[in-house]
Write a new protein. Structure first.
Length: 136
């Protein structure tokens, strides 16, 4: 029996399909998930999430978030997620530069902590995408 994997970000449902296995980048290390896995709720760290379906492995870059395994369903709630094959390194580097500049200005001016957190998230996820794409 396959797993049902759903990956959701605040903006959209990034992935929804039945798969054979999932490898999650948790704060405690990588966690391999197969059908019949015990129920878990875990925090995700930014990194690569691996999906295997029909012998084909797909990698996604994910930002921090949470994953829940319950029955044969894996639910991932992350601040960001993208298929590594779809990453445009030039666009990611430009976004990172803009966010780093805005972050430096925000810290210098003492801007709202929520805005600073948003900019830090953009920088962090840009780095994850760059590292994952270069590995791919």
């Amino acid at each position: 029996m396959p797993l049902i994997l759903e990956i959701v970000t605040p903006e959209e449902k990034v992935y929804s399909d039945t798969v054979d296995s999932v490898v999650l980048p948790t704060v405690e290390g990588e966690a391999g998930i197969l059908p019949g896995h015990v129920p878990i709720l875990t925090m995700l760290k930014p990194g690569e999430l691996g999906v295997t379906k029909g012998g084909v492995k797909t990698l996604l870059a994910v930002d921090k978030g949470f994953a829940q395994v319950l029955g044969d369903k894996v639910s991932v709630l992350a601040e960001g997620a993208i298929d590594i094959a779809e990453i445009d390194l030039t666009a990611v580097e430009e976004a990172q530069e803009r966010a780093e500049k805005a972050l430096a200005e925000a810290l210098a001016k003492g801007l709202d902590p929520a805005e600073v957190e948003k900019l830090e998230t953009i920088v962090r996820f840009s780095l994850v995408q760059k590292l994952a794409k270069r590995k791919y």
